[in-house]
Design a protein around this ligand. Structure first.
Ligand SMILES: NC(=O)c1ccc[n+]([C@@H]2O[C@H](COP(=O)([O-])OP(=O)(O)OC[C@H]3O[C@@H](n4cnc5c(N)ncnc54)[C@H](O)[C@@H]3O)[C@@H](O)[C@H]2O)c1
Ligand SMILES: O=c1ccn([C@@H]2O[C@H](COP(=O)(O)OP(=O)(O)O[C@H]3O[C@H](CO)[C@@H](O)[C@H](O)[C@H]3O)[C@@H](O)[C@H]2O)c(=O)[nH]1
Length: 475
């Protein structure tokens, strides 16, 4: 590793980002847009994904992203599978690869799988020369930089490195807005020069007071902590939603009432069918694992409760559907409105919909699924994976269930025709403006709606004949 006195770091001219995913693609497109003098190459071992980034149909759906990519692509933004070359010529290398929960061996089900991070560090060590700044963009357990530094410091070419932590806080569905005007950008490091090199890049569009610098470990740990606090708010309000249903309080009113307290604040208090997404559960479980690793079982247990409450919220929703539909959904058609983990994304990772559909299928319901952005193949893949339940193969019975009881359609009307109930699992805007009169006419009676997002709450659905159930209130 370097110290400030050993090397003078020149302004960054060439960036390489390893990992062209939900984070690598949008963050690099924003840097390229805001810094036309810097050449940015985004690389990935997944050639199909790179081809999509170079096409008109980007691999991820994110409002506003297409324009940002097209503005710089071919000018100073390039997507390529030539990984070694892009690393070798860069002054600064972002590592933005996936860090999923480990599903094997020590720490299975909790620890982060750092295999891809380590492979990146080894690749960088192998092909680099001169001096490079390596930036951890992926979300990592605190002290990962120690391992990254250890690998880099043994580069046989004699190359030298500074390692920074620069976690990403964008949320899917609002990635472009979040990148354009972040609440803060966090940079952790040891070398002041290296930190300043990255500060100067962000300073092209982010006000200086929002560029926070810390030590490496605080930066790594702040990312896990931010997600744990955000998810904790959702689990907290969801726990209160159960109490609201038992007491005739209304969770949205409670959220509004507590959210006006400036110490609590109004955001992330929307009760729902449960949080999903690739980050919250993974990062909390990782925090739980770290606490256990560092001998802090009480702290581990405290955070694990956030995930348990989220599981409970999903189960509660299914139980309510089954109970309300006269204790059986067997052979009944249920229209599933929305499969993505939130609106304005095509991402289904850890979506509550996956688990709710699984549990309804286990009750032998017939599901007809509609989502405006999620690819039908992805839905089938997710359901097959969850029905495997950890086994390597899908059992014949599960394969049959999937074939016989799951239909995926391209509009709300078809999804709802002849259905006994509608379950709203994603808060897509278009759902609130559906033609409920004709949807009601086409459904079996009584026609039920279970609104897992409370997005239809204000509509006069009872007047149309629906029996409407939301989260955290009773009518
Ligand atoms: N998705 C989000 O909204 C979000 C937000 C903030 C932080 N994060 C964190 O950012 C990281 C990346 O998340 P993501 O959602 O972009 O993941 P992703 O799965 O969408 O993308 C990761 C990409 O890295 C590629 N990759 C893996 N190993 C590679 C290697 N050795 N060389 C080249 N490419 C390789 C994969 O092929 C994949 O395309 C994770 O640590 C995640 O926790 C994600
Ligand atoms: O009041 C709320 C807010 C969110 N959610 C749900 O929580 C999940 C996560 O939502 P959100 O946080 O908006 O999206 P993500 O893209 O998962 O973003 C989170 O995870 C990212 C990855 O680490 C971080 O970068 C972001 O800061 C953090 O918000 C989704 O299922 C939402 O529907 C609720 O149920 N109620």
């Amino acid at each position: 590793m370097t110290t400030d006195s050993q090397i003078t770091i020149a302004p960054v001219r060439k960036i390489c980002c390893i990992g062209a995913g939900y984070v690598g693609g949008p963050t690099m497109a924003m840097i390229a847009k805001q810094c036309p003098d810097i050449q940015v190459k985004v690389v990935d071992i997944n050639e199909a994904r790179i081809a999509q980034w170079n096409s008109d149909t980007l691999p991820i759906y994110e409002p506003g992203l297409h324009d940002v990519v097209v503005e710089s692509r071919g000018r100073n933004l390039h997507f390529t599978a030539e990984v070694d070359e892009a690393i070798a010529e860069a002054d600064m290398i972002f590592i933005s690869v996936n860090t999923p929960t480990k599903d094997f061996g020590v720490g299975a089900g909790r620890a982060a799988n750092l295999e891809f991070i380590e492979k990146c560090a080894r690749k960088i060590a192998e092909v680099s020369s001169g001096h490079k700044i390596v930036v951890e963009k992926s979300t990592l357990p605190v002290r990962t930089a120690e391992a990254v530094k250890a690998i880099l410091s043994r580069a046989s070419s004699g190359a030298t490195f500074d390692v920074l932590s620069n976690p990403e806080f964008l949320a899917e569905g609002t990635a472009v807005e979040d990148l354009l005007a972040p609440d803060r950008v966090l940079i952790g490091g040891e070398s002041e020069q290296a930190i300043q090199a990255l500060v100067e890049i962000y300073a092209n569009w982010v006000p200086r007071e929002r560029l926070l610098t810390t030590n490496l470990w605080s930066s790594e740990l702040s990312k896990l902590t931010a997600n744990a606090f955000l998810a904790q708010r959702v689990s907290s309000i969801n726990s209160i939603s159960a109490l609201c249903e038992a007491t005739e309080a209304d969770v949205d009113e409670v959220a509004m009432a507590i959210g006006t307290d400036s110490r609590i604040g109004p955001k992330f208090l929307k009760s729902s069918v449960g949080f999903g997404g690739s980050c919250f559960q993974k990062d909390i479980l990782n925090l739980v694992y770290l606490c256990e690793f560092f001998g802090l079982p009480e702290v581990a247990e405290y955070w694990e409760q956030v995930v348990k409450m989220n599981d409970y919220q999903k189960q509660r929703f299914v139980h309510r559907i089954v109970r309300t539909l006269f204790n059986t959904v067997s052979d009944k058609k249920i229209a599933i409105w929305g499969f993505a983990f939130k609106k304005d994304t095509n991402d289904t990772r850890e979506s509550a919909a996956i688990y709710i559909c699984r549990d309804l299928l286990r009750e032998k319901a017939k599901l007809c699924i509609y989502d405006p952005q999620v690819n039908p193949e992805q839905i089938r893949k997710d359901l097959a994976a969850v029905l495997k339940n950890g086994d390597s193969e899908l059992s014949q019975a599960s394969a049959q269930l999937l074939a016989d009881n799951v239909e995926i359609v391209s509009d709300l009307k078809t999804a709802s025709k002849d259905a006994h109930a509608i379950a709203v699992l994603t808060e897509w805007d278009e759902f609130a403006t559906a033609d409920f009169a004709s949807i009601h006419d086409s459904m079996k009676k009584p026609a039920f709606i279970f609104d897992g997002r409370n997005v239809l709450k204000e509509l006069p659905l009872a007047e149309l004949g629906f029996e409407y159930h939301g989260i955290g209130f009773r009518r």
